[in-house]
Design a protein around this ligand. Structure first.
Ligand SMILES: Cc1cc2nc3c(=O)[nH]c(=O)nc-3n(C[C@H](O)[C@H](O)[C@H](O)COP(=O)(O)OP(=O)(O)OC[C@H]3O[C@@H](n4cnc5c(N)ncnc54)[C@H](O)[C@@H]3O)c2cc1C
Length: 409
């Protein structure tokens, strides 16, 4: 390895996995992770469904398809070695109509092409042997789809990094990266003695930088003189939680058949490793990138979305989908109705409000959602520009891919 000093921006699962992968390959490398929050995994990594996706839906040959399967392989070995909470609870993708049943065949074909193991298509009776309370015509069963604690996984990846001499600097936001000659200088935002936020040089120069800034990926790129395209548009996803008495209605993961007319999947049921069962998430435009309160608004984020032509083109093409999502965003009854299509035994009184997650969705200027992972190198900076689900599942494989790019030359 030529480069010895590497800065990683972002202490979500990707930044930490990348930093660990660098020191694993080159124990002599000096790696520093810069994270603006006071803890790791504060954003998407700590606000997701906790599913270890098996790779059912992704276009064969895409980065998502390849890195998901490799990610599962690396993740399962890692969590078993390190005693991280993990359960192979399995997933049913349930068709409710003949049209969905036809689409289910397409998913099965993709899943087989992606090498997902153990798949079976089940009819009503067989489906209920897996999930006794489920309703539907047919289902695709992926018995090895699993659940995990991604926050715990991030912490353990960080333990490895620190044990190998790497550094994590919390409460240190990166304002921009400046490439000067063969060095990258990191300008950080820190509070001075009077509590004022000041921008200063991090005090050390780096040979390379890797950005894994999630919801801030486009802003960090633009501030560093790199392209702000694709832009990040935040979409929140609210969850409900089943009451303890209703949890036995769901054994694992119960999902709808994705509808190509809708950019997001729709409400589904997900068991968590702590025994809770989550219903959701829905998906609606968020007025803040990192504010999880129900009415959270960050004016700068709203203005950025409103000023981006790709957002308006996306909205014009997806207004039908938005009406489905807005119903679940404003009405608990609609939310429960969506879940009851799959598990009719869930009653209105069986749910209580749960957490919110906010997705960093990359949108192109033409309004298309960027589906695949986007990882690109510009000079001495490797940027993760789009890492939506299943990026947590794929994190250790994305780290391998990023480090290959970072070290290519
Ligand atoms: C609702 C929801 C459900 C999901 N469910 C799943 C799932 O079940 N399975 C799955 O595999 N994936 C799932 N995902 C996707 C998954 O959570 C993300 O793909 C993954 O967490 C991305 O990791 P990350 O490290 O890129 O981003 P993040 O976890 O968002 O981390 C980015 C970090 O960068 C920091 N940062 C940003 N800018 C700066 C800066 N300038 N200076 C310093 N630090 C900075 C942030 O504070 C943050 O900690 C879900 C996502 C959401 C939102």
């Amino acid at each position: 390895m030529a480069a010895q000093r590497i800065a990683v921006v972002g202490g979500g699962i990707l930044g930490v996995a990348v930093a660990r992968e660098i020191v694993r390959r080159d124990p002599g490398a000096q790696v520093t992770v810069f994270e603006k929050e006071d803890r790791l995994a504060a954003h998407q990594t700590g606000h997701n469904s906790g599913v270890v996706h098996a790779g059912l839906y992704y276009t064969p040959g895409s980065l998502k398809a390849r890195l998901c399967r490799r990610g599962v392989e690396l993740l399962t070995g890692f969590v078993a070695d390190r005693g991280i909470a993990y359960e192979e609870c399995g997933k049913l993708v349930v068709a409710q109509t003949p049209e969905e049943s036809a689409r289910l065949d397409g998913i099965e074909e993709r899943a087989r092409a992606n090498g997902v193991p153990g798949l079976r298509v089940l009819d009503g009776e067989a489906m209920r042997e897996v999930e006794p309370q489920v309703a539907g015509l047919r289902a695709l069963h992926s018995p090895h789809t699993a659940i995990v604690d991604y926050v715990a996984m991030t912490e353990v990846l960080a333990e490895d990094l620190r044990a190998a001499g790497g550094t994590v600097r919390l409460r240190t936001g990166v304002a921009r990266l400046e490439t000067r000659g063969s060095e990258v200088h990191v300008q950080v935002l820190e509070r001075d003695a009077s509590g004022e936020v000041v921008c200063r040089d991090a005090g050390e120069a780096f040979d390379l930088a890797v950005t894994c800034a999630g919801l801030q990926a486009d802003r960090l790129a633009a501030a560093s003189g790199l392209s702000s395209d694709p832009a990040v548009v935040p979409f929140f996803g609210d969850y409900m939680l089943l009451a303890p008495s209703a949890r036995p209605l769901v054994r694992g993961l119960i999902y709808p058949v994705p509808d190509p007319a809708f950019p997001f999947l729709g409400v589904h049921l997900t068991k968590r490793v702590d025994g809770e069962v989550m219903v959701g998430p829905n998906a609606f435009l968020s007025f803040a990138r990192e504010d999880y309160r129900p009415l959270g608004v960050t004016p700068r984020d709203v203005l950025a979305t409103a000023a981006y032509p790709g957002f308006w083109r996306f909205s014009a093409a997806n207004w039908r989908a938005a009406t489905r999502e807005v119903r679940t965003a404003v009405s608990r009854r609609w939310f429960v109705e969506e879940a009851r299509r799959f598990v009719p035994g869930i009653g209105a009184g069986d749910v209580r409000p749960g957490p919110r997650g906010i997705r960093a969705q990359a949108l192109g200027r033409d309004g298309t959602m960027v589906d695949d992972f986007v990882i690109e190198r510009r000079g001495r900076v490797v940027q993760v520009r789009n890492a939506p689900s299943p990026a947590a599942t794929s994190s250790m494989a994305i780290a391998e891919h990023v480090v290959d790019q970072a070290l290519a030359d």
